[in-house]
Design a protein around this ligand. Structure first.
Ligand code: GLU
Length: 373
């Protein structure tokens, strides 16, 4: 079995595309031939029943020339302006390339906070899950126009890793300008040894990554390592490979050269561990015996099984679950505020809309957002 089996077996894949792959560095034009070939790769993955999300950079690089912002380093607000016009072009180019394969594209602009803050995390996650379930390819970039910090190349490595973790992807492919990790910088040490597989980010690996180079294309190895730390913690494998030539994902599937950062847990167990390990619980739900038994069998928590709600919490907060005997049975991310949960407690799912005036989730806590003790 080649190491590419990780990709062959994956059900959900995130592909991250850097500016330098997608946008010609001289002219600022989108490389249509490259994108057309990538669309073929994406279509081929989907033909193998995989769901695919794309995190693409390139908004600033594609937008700047349209605002006359060329030939010099840009200030933050100039980058934000360039991103605002570039993002439209980027989305349009993807939309066109994937439409040739009858694939619908859906644009999502996120900030890193959206992936870190739990409440927004739950919303972004469910929207992405829904889009994937409906057969679309989410096209994600950082929401550069509202970014409050300096926009750095390489941010999207981290964003892609957070997205992969958030949607419990099995594999993140980082398409880069280098075909993996080396024991030393191959530009400086021509016979530096390539590392095909890394299971743990040790201090030695981190020091091999060196410092990030200045410039257009790459955030350097450091941001790749940061991304790998995030994905490994989330049970997602990461493949770092060269993306300049056409059909890079096909090459990867055929066993092309790359570095695999190999996760030891599955995304599901890693997510449960993350929920179980969260310290602060904002409130409690007491559930009846029937619900307790159903949860133990792997079901979600429905409003009908909730007998008591305590504490102040919002949708997306972490809460503790207890049985009627007071024993803790688990923790989970709740889909309703405490107030709404009090209203719907004990009621059937079909009554939620009538009681609250809106149609919320069927479950108070979805089983994917639940970690039992
Ligand atoms: N979000 C930026 C853009 O689309 C790029 C950030 C990055 O390359 O990491 O232009």
């Amino acid at each position: 079995m080649t190491s590419a089996h990780r990709l062959t077996q994956a059900k959900r894949v995130v592909i991250k595309i850097g500016s330098a792959l997608l946008v010609d560095q001289e002219s600022g034009a989108i490389r249509r031939d490259w994108l057309a070939a990538l669309a073929e790769d994406i279509a081929a993955l989907r033909d193998q029943d995989k769901q695919v999300a794309v995190v693409s950079s390139g908004a600033i690089a594609a937008g700047r020339r349209h605002l006359g912002l060329t030939g010099r380093a840009l200030r933050l607000e100039e980058k934000q302006a360039a991103a605002a016009t570039g993002q439209i072009r980027l989305a349009h180019a993807y939309e066109e390339a994937l439409a040739r394969h009858n694939i619908t594209v859906a644009q999502i602009l996120l900030t890193l906070d959206d992936t870190e803050e739990r409440r927004r995390h739950l919303n972004a996650r469910s929207t992405l899950n829904k889009l994937l379930a409906l057969g679309a390819v989410p096209l994600i970039n950082e929401n550069d126009t509202v970014a409050t910090q300096e926009i750095r190349y390489g941010d999207n490595d981290r964003l892609a890793a957070r997205v992969a973790a958030m949607i419990s992807a099995d594999v993140l492919i980082l398409l880069s300008d280098i075909d993996g990790m080396y024991e030393a910088d191959p530009h400086k040490v021509p016979d530096a040894k390539h590392i095909p597989e890394i299971g743990e980010i040790t201090p030695a690996i981190e020091s091999m990554a060196g410092a990030a180079p200045e410039g257009f294309s790459s955030g350097g190895m450091i941001t790749k390592i940061q991304a790998a730390k995030i994905t490994l913690g989330a049970g997602c494998h990461l493949a770092l490979t060269e993306g300049h030539s056409l059909n890079p994902v096909r090459r990867l599937l055929e066993g092309g050269r790359c570095t695999w950062f190999v996760a030891s847990a599955t995304p599901r167990t890693a997510r449960k561990r993350w929920i179980a390990g969260s310290l602060k619980s904002a409130g409690e739900l007491v559930v009846d015996k029937g619900a307790e038994n159903a949860l133990a069998k792997g079901s979600s928590l429905l409003p009908a099984g909730v007998v008591k709600v305590t504490g102040r919490f919002d949708r997306g907060d972490l809460i503790t679950l207890r049985g009627t005997d007071g024993n803790e049975i688990g923790r989970g991310l709740v889909a309703y505020s405490d107030e709404d949960a009090r209203h719907i407690a004990g009621h059937k799912t079909g009554e939620i809309e009538e009681i609250l005036g809106y149609r919320g989730r069927d479950e108070v806590i979805h089983r994917d957002d639940l970690a039992l003790d």
